[in-house]
Structures are given as structure tokens and as C-alpha cells.
Design a protein around this ligand. Structure first.
Ligand SMILES: [Zn+2]
Length: 384
């Protein structure tokens, strides 16, 4: 019988760890799963243990030379000078033992998610271990070694002949995926993110629309720093509906970085948990309307792993399972279990408390600028 949703997970996904103090911390996955288990939302037979990606699969989106260097770095055989040419051994993306194996395993997780859906075992699939959207063909960047989305999209094209819509709601631009498919009209990349004026990686302008035959299938929605829920959601809803209607995908892959929240230490957006309730609902609607349901969701950024990510990512799974959005207190068992370990006071309800932050004085200017950006970003669609 076809499952409603598959939850791709193995404790080995936590082997992707640069150091104990690095902001990218896969413990988020455990915290999220545990929250879902506490409310009885996840059953043992829904958990699928992922496979690893083969070298042949990594080569779909990465250079042989780069893979060779990562493998050597895995065994401690690359010095910092050579590493820096390939973006590894840097402050953002340091060396760690067995980094090749750990990175290939995260890619395998996204491939396993794709297979669950494309081979009809499950309507939807979630791999919170994936979403490493900054990985380039021949270079690591921004905590990302191999780019699971780029490999997975190539795999979807090659094995299933699918037209793919990639939707990236991480607060940083989905640059690695965009550049991989910049010339390809059969893949549409969509990224809503904090403007690159002051934030890594600096790209993701509305004018990055694709190249050659791929012109018009790359969409960027750079929103201003201090953007709040209402404006974020208006841009996201409007843009995704118009882009999906224009591109008509066979399958949707969503990258669900949870770093646009007010609490996130690396970005400057003022979102609350509200956007993380809404984002998956729209993705699912679009998948049902255009793709016969085929929707694969992956993780991404998210650096307040205690107060934000577990609640935010739970909504992905709850939406896939069609479980009504929970409200009110978080389960006591979860709070009691994790509060002693958390360096901050946990939020004790599904929703954020009201008045999370002081009113933003430039609110109307910011919303107005975002609206003007939206008009420019959708120009190639609306002119027809
Ligand atoms: Zn991010």
C-alpha cells in the first residue's frame, strides 16, 4: 500500500559535523523527530533508512577532481592551501574526518526520498538531512560540500525524465542549485531570500533569470532585511503560484532552510513560526495541482536549533501527513527532556509568543520595496 509520507532518517546523518561549535548542527533532526514522536505524528514504518550516493551519482553534478580532493581530505591528506582552492578546510567549511562519506550520505538521503516518491511507494517524502544548496560543481561553499539538490535534480531528469521545480525558502540565496541549472530550461529554480546586499552569498538578484535556452526559468525574490511574516508570505504565495502556473512542473523539490526567523543568529529577517506553518501548505497545494502530489522536501539552514528549527520543520511532516496544525503548549515530555541541555529558554508553545520583537519602524518602506521587487521578478511571466 502506498504510504502518505516517508521520513528519511538515519543517525548516521549526524556524522556531517564540522565541529562541536560550528553553527551547522544536525542535532536539529533529532530534536524535530522527537517532537513529532511526542505528539504521536510519526510511526516506525514511516521511517526509511537512506542509502548513500555512489560516485557515479555525485558525478551528475560534481567534478571528478573535486570529489577526489574531498575523498583525500576525508583521510586528512589535503593541506589548507589545496583545500581552499576547493572551498574546504576554510572557516565556514572546515575539514573533518570522513567528510566524503558523511556528505555522500546526505546526498543519498535526498535520492532515497526521490525514489520513494517517483517509484510510487509514498505520496510525499522528507529528508531533513539534505538541503545543502551552496555546494558548487567543483567547490564547497557555506557549510555545503556536495549539493544534494543538484545531484537529485539531475537524477530526476536522467532516470525519470521529469521537469523539476526547485523551491528554496532558506534565508540565503540557493546559489549552487541555480548556477547548476542556469542554462537548463527543463529545471526551474525559485529562491526567496534576504537580499544579498549584506548577506552571504551576495547573489540572487531579480536580474539572474537564466541563460541561453534557460532564460526565464531562474527566479529570485530578494527581500529586504527586517521583512516580517505578512510581506514574506505575500511574496512567496504570489510568486510560487505564478511560477508554478507558468512552468507546470512534474515534480517539486523544496529546500526548507529555517533561518529566516527573527531568532536566527545568521540572518536579518523578522519572520515568526507563522511562515513555517504556511510554506509547506502552499508547496503541497502546488504539488497536488500540477504534479499529482509528487513533492519531496529537504532541510537546509537553520541555526537556532532549539527554539526555531524543531517546531518549524515539524510543520513539513504534519502537512505531508495532513495532520491539523497543532496549537498551544508543546508536549511536556519534549520540554522536560531537552530544556536541561538547551543553552536558551525553549519556547513552550507551537506558536511564537506575541510581540516577539519591537515594532519595525521602516515596515511600510520595506513592504513597498518588496512589492516593487516582486513586480520586477515576475516580469518575464507577466509580460506574456
Ligand atoms: Zn541559509
Amino acid at each position: 500500500m502506498k504510504k502518505q509520507a516517508s521520513f528519511i532518517f538515519s543517525p548516521d546523518q549526524l556524522n556531517y559535523e564540522f565541529s562541536e561549535t560550528h553553527p551547522f548542527n544536525q542535532k536539529r533532526i533529532i530534536l524535530t523527530m522527537d517532537l513529532l514522536k511526542e505528539i504521536g505524528a510519526i510511526q516506525p514504518d514511516e521511517i526509511v533508512v537512506p542509502r548513500t550516493a555512489t560516485d557515479e551519482e555525485l558525478l551528475l553534478a560534481h567534478d571528478a577532481k573535486y570529489i577526489e580532493i574531498v575523498k583525500k581530505a576525508s583521510k586528512g591528506e589535503v593541506n589548507e592551501n589545496i583545500g581552499s582552492i576547493y572551498g574546504i578546510g576554510t572557516e565556514d567549511t572546515p575539514f573533518f574526518p570522513d567528510m566524503h562519506e558523511a556528505s555522500a550520505f546526505l546526498v543519498g538521503g535526498t535520492l532515497s526520498a526521490i525514489e520513494e516518491v517517483m517509484e510510487g511507494r509514498s505520496r510525499y517524502a522528507l529528508n531533513l538531512g539534505g538541503g545543502l544548496h551552496h555546494g558548487f560543481q567543483g567547490k564547497a561553499s557555506g557549510f555545503c560540500i556536495y549539493n544534494d539538490s543538484s545531484v537529485a535534480i539531475k537524477y530526476l531528469q536522467k532516470k525519470y525524465g521529469a521537469r523539476v521545480l526547485y523551491v528554496d525558502t532558506d534565508a540565503h540565496h540557493g546559489d549552487g542549485v541555480q548556477w547548476t541549472f542556469y542554462d537548463d530550461p527543463s529545471v526551474c529554480t525559485f529562491s526567496i531570500h534576504e537580499t544579498g546586499r549584506y548577506l552571504f552569498p551576495g547573489t540572487g538578484n531579480v536580474t539572474e533569470r537564466g541563460n541561453g535556452k534557460g532564460y526565464g526559468t531562474s527566479f529570485n525574490f530578494p527581500i529586504d532585511a527586517f521583512t516580517e511574516d505578512e510581506s514574506f508570505l505575500h511574496i512567496y504565495h504570489t510568486a510560487l503560484r505564478e511560477v508554478a502556473a507558468y512552468f507546470k512542473p512534474d515534480v517539486i523539490l523544496t529546500q526548507n532552510g529555517a533561518d529566516a526567523h527573527y531568532f536566527d543568529p545568521l540572518t536579518h529577517l523578522y519572520s515568526t513560526l507563522k511562515i513555517y506553518e504556511e510554506i509547506p501548505k502552499v508547496a503541497k497545494e502546488i504539488a497536488e495541482e500540477y504534479c499529482d502530489g509528487r513533492w519531496i522536501a529537504i532541510g537546509g539552514g537553520g541555526y537556532d536549533i532549539w527554539r526555531v528549527v524543531p517546531r518549524a520543520w515539524s510543520h513539513l511532516w504534519l502537512t505531508m501527513k495532513s495532520i491539523p496544525t497543532p496549537t498551544g503548549p508543546l508536549p511536556d515530555g519534549w520540554l522536560k527532556k531537552w530544556q536541561p541541555e538547551a543553552p536558551v529558554s525553549l519556547i513552550e508553545t507551537w506558536e511564537d509568543p506575541p510581540n516577539l520583537y519591537e515594532p519595525v519602524p521602516r515596515k511600510s518602506d520595506i513592504n513597498e520595496k518588496n512589492e516593487q521587487m516582486l513586480t520586477r521578478a515576475l516580469y518575464t511571466i507577466r509580460k506574456n
